[in-house]
Design a protein around this ligand. Structure first.
Ligand code: NAD
Ligand code: MG
Length: 399
């Protein structure tokens, strides 16, 4: 890293998989250069107060916020004598996102990341965006906020970070296709019958990536790739026909961009999120990363195959929502969050996730079908209504 690069950073969701990888990059930079190149404004977490206290001692942010207010006293006690401000509650997380810093790393999981993302956008921060649910849920509205505030997004999701590096926006007319790769998840070769018996432990054990529980289940159903198609559509202003998915079990190629002259550019790296995170923190410069390096000789083979949308119905539902637009991606995302939560709590089966999402999408509810998702209120109303319907469907399924 060039010694001159110093940017203040807010890490929202610092105790999760992406949050910890982000702090690992900061630790690496400090070990090499003897100082933090990314002084921290704030760290936030939802409930793991001990991890947050430990991170705050190690990385000295100005402020540490715990979402679950019952942990406020523990946080305050844990930070005594450090001079680090302690706060708690949902409003405090949004307020942390609104405080000035050069980069806001959005590593909260789920639609819970939406309002913090909007708060960071309102102050025209550079947003290192790991959270995909916020952009899937709020789509056009989020894009309008970004356009108004001129906040910039640097995608952290590996496929989108790869696309960001490959896309030549000056030649937008010549971009034919953006193809996202999918590992295929732990059940790539399983029959649908076998998948009905999948347990949460099996679903979160991803073959290539180490991630939080929700995205691991999404990767196993391929909903993750569906959410990513919608994320790519909004991030890069692409038409549904310009987006594609290909299964690539080695997770070495992350994205392919095809141009009008027949060129297809690929981005390769080891499956280690510290590479896209480092890229997003350093952009437009490149910084040192502790990420694994790719050894192609030891990978030996890169293989590709079509995604099976029959066994992986969630991907089919998501591509339908990508084409439908409007409130559909918001409903898809909300129903999926509820269904994944119910699956992780063993209230529904693995194959029920797609059923819950499909039934929520097709329930014909008046609030869901009559709304345009063009304000925060309508986005949140659709999200809340879809969650209520999906919760009822889960309850009926479990009964
Ligand atoms: P995780 O579950 O490991 O961590 C989530 C973080 O969000 C934690 O710090 C948690 O305290 C916080 N959080 C949870 N609920 C919250 C709430 N209601 N309000 C505020 N904070 C809350 O998740 P993760 O795997 O790090 O993923 C984070 C986001 O990044 C997800 O949207 C995921 O899709 C995306 N992403 C993750 C990876 C990965 O490799 N883990 C890759 C690409 C994209
Ligand atoms: Mg991804």
């Amino acid at each position: 890293m060039s010694g001159a690069l110093t940017r203040s950073l807010t890490v929202l969701g610092s105790t999760g998989s992406i949050g910890c990888s982000t702090l690992d990059i900061l630790r690496h930079a400090r070990d090499r250069h003897g100082a933090f190149a990314f002084p921290l404004e704030a760290l936030t977490a939802q409930s793991n107060v001990n991890a947050l206290i430990e991170q705050a001692h190690a990385f000295r942010p100005r402020m540490a916020v715990i979402g679950d207010e019952t942990h406020f006293h523990a946080l305050k006690r844990g930070l005594e004598g450090t001079g680090i401000e302690a706060a708690a509650g949902r409003a405090a997380i949004i307020e942390a996102a609104a405080r000035p810093s050069d980069i806001a790393m959005l590593a909260i999981v789920g639609t819970a990341g939406l309002e913090p993302a909007l708060a960071a956008a309102e102050r025209s921060a550079t947003i290192a965006l790991a959270n995909k649910e916020c952009i899937v849920a709020a789509g056009e509205y989020f894009r309008a906020v970004l356009a108004r505030t001129r906040a910039r997004i640097v995608p952290v999701d590996s496929e989108h970070n790869a696309a960001f590096q490959l896309l030549d926006f000056a030649q937008a007319h010549a971009i034919e296709k953006v193809t996202l790769t999918a590992s295929g998840g732990p059940f790539r070769t399983w029959t649908a019958e076998r998948m009905t018996h999948v347990t949460p432990e099996q679903a979160v054990a991803h073959p290539n990536w180490s991630m939080g529980a929700k995205i691991s289940v999404d990767s196993a159903t391929l909903m993750n790739k569906g959410l990513e198609l919608i994320e790519a559509q909004y991030l890069f202003a692409l038409e549904p026909d310009q987006l594609d998915v290909i299964v690539h079990p080695q997770s070495v190629v992350h994205c392919l961009v095809s141009y009008a002259d027949g060129s297809m550019l690929a981005h390769l790296s080891a499956p280690d999120m510290r590479t896209p995170i480092s890229h997003a923190l350093g952009w437009p410069e490149r910084i040192d990363s502790p990420a694994q390096r790719l050894n192609l000789a030891s990978v030996a083979q890169l293989t590709f195959e079509q995604a099976d949308m029959t066994r992986f119905r969630c991907l089919k539902l998501a591509t339908d929502c990508l084409r439908a637009g409007g409130a559909a991606p918001n409903i898809l995302n909300a129903a999926n969050e509820i269904a994944v939560e119910a699956f992780l709590a063993r209230r529904i089966g693995f194959m029920d996730i797609a059923r819950i999402v499909e039934d929520t999408l097709s329930c014909g509810d008046r609030v869901l079908t009559n709304q345009s998702a063009d304000s925060l209120e309508s986005v949140l109303e659709i999200d809340g209504r879809a969650r209520a319907i999906a919760t009822d469907l889960c309850r009926n399924m479990a009964a």
